[in-house]
Design a protein around this ligand. Structure first.
Ligand SMILES: N[C@@H](CCC(=O)N[C@@H](CS)C(=O)NCC(=O)O)C(=O)O
Length: 310
């Protein structure tokens, strides 16, 4: 099953959460298939796999679809070989990563927009405001908060400065891990508009050697794949048996076999409908059947998502 199936990442180049996953491929030295999706929907072939989950990145392994980088990294750790993504305290690293991304996402976008010379294209701004961020990302709307956003980001990055001050190569010590990737991809996003400006604005000099080490992990070995081919790969196989969850569901909440929706609780709150086939305190798995892709298991993290009876 998964051991034989290829890792297929649906992503686009400028997506920071995708960059986190690409760096995880690099850290592990993995070969993978790269399906480039549009930065602005519609993405009908990806929707066929995800049931409408609207965000990127998405990892496909045969007929198993992993939504959200916060589940994709643990899934890679379980399914792939190579160096560990969690050289220290895996659960703490996941908790800290989750909270860092959550707490800083809007401010980081604000810094990026502030550093950019021009607005993003109108269609992009419209889509992100209506369907994803629920905030206007134009310079006109974001500029009034620029100084505050710099403060917010700077206050968090001070922890990174301090963590690296003893001369360690990576946040957890001598070996790179997921924690490095979650901090680095947000800094990568902000610097994307104008490196020199952002380096000065955020006083990044003390952490640039670390950032360069993390980005030098690279992306592993991607090979391009078409979206049609990815759909065919899902259709050609059945979802893997669910044997990795720690417990079955008990107590409150929908029962296995019942109809549910799973919805992000922050951005792009699009419900995905299916039949609950597995859940523990970390992950929920739903089954859905798609005309083109066949039987699918969709995997979501519990943190940051809401499961409800449909
Ligand atoms: N918590 C999610 C966040 C993903 C996310 O917000 N991705 C951005 C791109 S980096 C996105 O989907 N933007 C809207 C879009 O591309 O449709 C994860 O870790 O995967």
């Amino acid at each position: 099953m998964a051991g034989m199936a290829e890792f297929i990442l649906h992503h686009y180049a400028s997506s920071p959460f995708s960059e986190k996953v690409r760096l995880a491929f690099g850290l592990k030295g993995l070969a993978w298939r790269s399906v480039e999706v549009a930065a602005v929907p519609p993405r009908p072939l990806l929707d066929a796999l995800t049931g409408g989950y609207r965000r990127v990145p998405v990892l496909q392994v045969g007929a198993d679809v992993y939504c959200d980088s916060n589940l994709i990294l643990p899934a890679l750790e379980r399914l792939a070989g190579g160096p560990t993504l969690y050289p220290e305290a895996p659960a703490l690293s996941q908790a800290l990563g989750f909270n860092w991304e959550r707490s800083i996402w809007l401010a980081a976008i604000g810094v990026r927009v502030h550093a950019a010379k021009e607005d993003a294209p109108a269609g992009f701004l419209r889509d992100r405001e209506k369907e994803y961020l629920y905030v206007d990302m134009s310079k006109a709307a974001m500029e009034p908060l620029a100084a505050l956003n710099v403060q917010r980001v700077r206050a968090q990055l001070a922890f990174v400065d301090a963590a690296l001050a003893d001369g360690r190569a990576f946040l957890s010590g001598g070996r790179p891990g997921a924690l490095d990737l979650v901090y680095a991809h947000i800094v990568w996003l902000m610097r994307g508009a104008d490196e020199a400006k952002v380096d000065a604005l955020l006083n990044l000099a003390p952490i640039l050697p670390w950032l360069r080490r993390v980005l030098a992990l690279g992306h592993g070995r991607p090979a391009a794949m078409g979206a049609e081919e990815a759909l065919a790969a899902a259709r050609a196989t059945e979802p893997a048996a669910i044997d990795h969850l720690r417990s079955t569901l008990n107590g409150e909440g929908p029962r296995i076999g019942s109809a549910v929706t799973v919805t992000p609780d922050d951005f792009a709150r699009v419900p995905v409908a299916g039949t609950l086939v597995g859940a523990d305190e970390r992950e929920v798995v739903i089954h859905r059947r798609d005309e083109c892709a066949g039987n699918l298991h969709l995997h979501f993290p519990r943190a940051g998502f809401e499961m409800r009876a449909a």
